[in-house]
Design a protein around this ligand. Structure first.
Ligand SMILES: *Cc1c(COP(=O)(O)O)cnc(C)c1O
Length: 400
């Protein structure tokens, strides 16, 4: 018996407690098992580990620094706030960490095409970047409505050599793009690979994406110990599907004294239908090939969710987060669109760092909590991405 509830997870069937698994047809299960076997093979190979480590250092620019936000901490008058700067990675967010891993795996397996959907275009750009580097064709499906909204990312994907497939069916947004990308994948799952953009979907994706993102917390824990001779009291990250959060939390799970806080988007308020706080208000269910917490409407369909940060509006959430919630190891809280906007502008003006609207949710929790704590307490925030992509939207909304 292993004494830790965390170490052996997921189990061989891909379960974290009762969450995760492979809720998919048998033919697809066989393909997922092949991906798992290939992943388990390369993760133990020294040449693969070295190639990935070299790329993370020389291409992504790791390790990302931790910045002590002194002015912000002083202004709030309480705990010290520190930022893990994933926004300084090449392509401007944490997503490149797992996209590189997925692209290298695709090459190792001899896949001829990497397929994915994208909503706001962040996953699409990171994946197109990794595929350009590794030299493997990349096909991104994107709703026509999103294509018109996210022009800079669309242009970047084209420049990077990805094939962009506009999706016009249904509401022509993320959900339709998922359906379209999945249909293309099912045409030849032996030769193609579907690169999932978070710690969601059927096993082995929640495990694989977590492992590729876990470098965030490994670095942060070591950096913090070295600088301060102790661990932070609170570690926080925003939760959409949950990849940047689990990447940060994994290294701290066994540190009982460290309070881990996942921040979900409360949108226009938890008392309205306009939010995306899956762990806060959802229930155990099933979506996209996994068992996890889900937000459903009255008819039992996935809810049409909302967040000011398009990277956070997903009606499901990673199975490991669902498990950590039930264990009580991670505290899941939320921040509204308005709190997020305030954090976005405050961090920009007090520290000269423009955060992604997604990341600003975690900053909002830190800003709300710091004043309630003593000045010798430390909050570490995972700043998952930079806010260039959001600058025009925020300026228009706030009338700047
Ligand atoms: C996509 C994205 C997120 C949300 O995804 P997770 O899987 O929950 O991390 C958060 N921050 C940024 C900057 C993103 O691009």
């Amino acid at each position: 018996m292993n004494a830790s509830p965390f170490a052996p997870l997921p189990d061989a069937q891909g379960y974290f407690g009762r969450f995760g698994g492979q809720r998919i047809p048998p033919a697809l299960k066989a393909v997922m098992d092949e991906i798992d076997a290939a992943y388990e093979e390369i993760r133990h190979r020294e040449d693969f580990q070295r190639e990935l480590a070299d790329l993370l250092a020389d291409y992504v620019g790791r390790p990302s620094p931790i910045f002590h936000a002194r002015r912000l901490s002083e202004q709030l008058g309480g705990a010290q706030i520190h930022l893990k700067r994933e926004d300084l990675n090449h392509t401007g967010a944490h997503k490149i960490n797992h996209c590189l891993g997925e692209a290298l795996l695709a090459k190792f397996m001899g896949k001829t095409k990497v397929i994915a959907e994208t909503g706001a275009g962040q996953h699409g750009v990171a994946l197109a970047t990794a595929c350009a580097l590794v030299g493997i064709p990349c096909e991104i499906h994107m709703g026509q409505v999103d294509i018109e909204k996210e022009h800079p990312n669309v242009t970047k994907m084209k420049i990077l050599g990805a094939t962009l497939v506009p999706v016009t069916r249904g509401t022509a947004t993320l959900k339709d793009a998922v359906d379209s990308a999945f249909e293309e994948y099912l045409k030849d799952p032996q030769r193609f690979i579907y690169a999932i953009g978070s710690v969601v979907g059927p096993h082995p994706f929640p495990k694989m994406v977590r492992d590729f993102q876990a470098i965030i917390g490994r670095e942060a824990r070591e950096q913090f110990l070295e600088r301060h001779g102790r661990l932070p009291d609170h570690v926080t990250a925003c939760v959409g599907g949950g990849s940047n959060a689990i990447g940060m939390f994994t290294a701290f799970l066994e540190d009982d004294g460290v309070h881990l806080v996942g921040v979900e988007p409360a949108g226009e308020g938890l008392d309205t239908p306009r939010h995306s706080a899956t762990l806060t208000l959802g229930r155990p269910g099933e979506i996209h090939g996994m068992a996890c917490y889900v937000l459903e409407d009255e008819a039992g369909q996935p809810m049409a969710v909302h967040s000011i940060a398009s990277g956070l509006d997903y009606p499901g959430v990673g199975p490991q987060h669902s498990y950590l919630k039930e264990l009580g190891r991670v505290d899941y809280q939320s921040a509204t669109d308005d709190a997020c906007l305030e954090a976005f502008l405050t961090l920009s003006r007090v520290e000269g760092i423009i955060p992604a609207l997604e990341s600003a949710h975690a900053v909002a929790w830190a800003m709300r909590t710091a004043p309630t704590l003593a000045a010798d307490r430390h909050i570490l925030v995972n700043l998952s991405g930079r806010g260039d992509k959001d600058a025009d939207y925020v300026a228009a909304r706030l009338g700047l």
